[in-house]
Design a protein around this ligand. Structure first.
Ligand SMILES: NC(=O)c1ccc[n+]([C@@H]2O[C@H](COP(=O)([O-])OP(=O)(O)OC[C@H]3O[C@@H](n4cnc5c(N)ncnc54)[C@H](O)[C@@H]3O)[C@@H](O)[C@H]2O)c1
Length: 327
């Protein structure tokens, strides 16, 4: 049996699913869980049978790879320190809050010859992977118009890092919409022009926008639209994705467990999946990819350069502030 990769997870909210996935994987030996909240770290460690600490910098000699599931402004400094110690890094999205920091982290990982992967969990979900295969097959023609709806409610937390633009790096588009901008770039290729508008209405506690509409025109001619919000009290989104092609409509359900195709001959279900019953849920697939990338010495699909390209798309969308309507 190949040697297990010694792993650690820092930040145990979203990071809980990372810890479960490392714990469940045969490729990993989960050595440590880390949180500033010692009681939380202790309880997770007892559950998973690993060590715990509040200071991740003290465990570097005992691990090969580390996952950072911490507030966004910490991603770059933490990743840089772990990379300098020669550790493979999985960092939650976004890679960093500025282009300069992203480039520093990417170059540091290249120089140290360690894997750097950004945790774009959606990219590895089987239903999303299937949708990409269907699009690439050309069976339904060329994509023309793609719509994506992400409607959620974030309980107001004034003063938290979520509320602060300098820590979050923007608003809901940068923090949550980034998954779907990333997917659109994966599906449709190189973005050409982009625009967005955002509002604070209903999410006044946030410095960044809490509701955003972003539109991307791809070089291929496909037009994509991402509508995302943390202010939705009663969500009724039609699907996760509707992709209209020259031959029909491909729809991916919100749980990513069904794809339907509607064409001139009617509507058919072309994919059904099953939920991963383990506690790692959808995070299992990205963690397996990260571990395989290390074991097989391959560049992860959602590597630093990929993340930077989708962050640049969002930064350009923020810069396009719309044109004031004449009175
Ligand atoms: N589906 C998704 O992809 C998804 C969902 C939620 C969050 N996230 C991402 O996960 C990351 C964390 O978000 P969250 O919602 O879990 O944030 P959170 O604030 O709820 O939790 C962060 C945790 O990290 C701990 N922490 C902070 N600094 C630390 C440090 N220096 N050392 C050790 N522990 C530290 C905190 O105590 C806290 O328990 C973000 O990048 C966020 O965008 C991704």
């Amino acid at each position: 049996m190949t040697k297990q990769i010694r792993t650690a997870v820092v930040g145990l909210n979203m990071g809980l699913t990372h810890a479960y996935a490392f714990h469940e994987s045969e490729k990993s030996d989960l050595r440590w869980v880390v949180d500033l909240d010692e009681a939380k770290a202790k309880s997770v460690a007892e559950d998973l049978g690993c060590g715990y600490t509040t200071d991740w910098t003290t465990i570097l000699d005992d691990i090969d790879a580390i996952s950072f599931c911490t507030p966004h402004h910490l991603h770059a400094p933490q990743s840089l320190q772990a990379i300098a110690a020669g550790k493979h890094v999985l960092v939650e999205k976004p890679l960093a809050n500025t282009e300069e920091e992203c480039l520093q982290v990417i170059r540091a990982a290249e120089e140290k010859n360690v894997k750097l992967m950004v945790a774009y969990v959606m990219r590895y979900v089987p239903g999303v992977v299937r949708l990409k295969e269907v699009l690439d097959s050309g069976k339904y023609g060329r994509p023309i118009n793609a719509n994506c709806w992400i409607e959620g409610f974030l309980p107001p937390s004034p003063g938290s890092w979520f509320s602060r633009k300098d820590m979050l790096g923007g608003g809901v588009l940068f923090s949550h919409g980034c998954h779907y901008v990333d997917l659109m770039l994966w599906f449709f290729g190189k973005p050409d022009r982009v625009t967005s508008l955002g509002t604070h209405a209903g999410t006044e506690w946030m410095e960044g926008e809490g509701t955003s509409h972003a539109t991307i025109l791809f070089e291929s001619g496909t037009l994509g639209h991402v509508s995302c919000s943390w202010g939705i009290r009663h969500a009724e989104p039609p699907a996760l994705f509707h992709i209209h092609t020259t031959e029909g409509l491909l729809a991916l359900s919100r749980d990513c467990l069904e794809i339907t195709a509607t064409t001139s001959t009617g509507k058919e279900v072309i994919y059904t999946g099953e939920r991963n019953p383990e506690r790692s849920s959808n995070t299992k697939y990205e963690i397996e990819h990260f571990l395989s990338s290390i074991a097989e010495d391959r560049v992860p699909e959602t590597n630093g350069w990929d993340a930077l390209q989708s962050h640049r798309t969002i930064w350009a969308a923020y810069a396009a502030e719309g044109v004031k309507v004449k009175e």
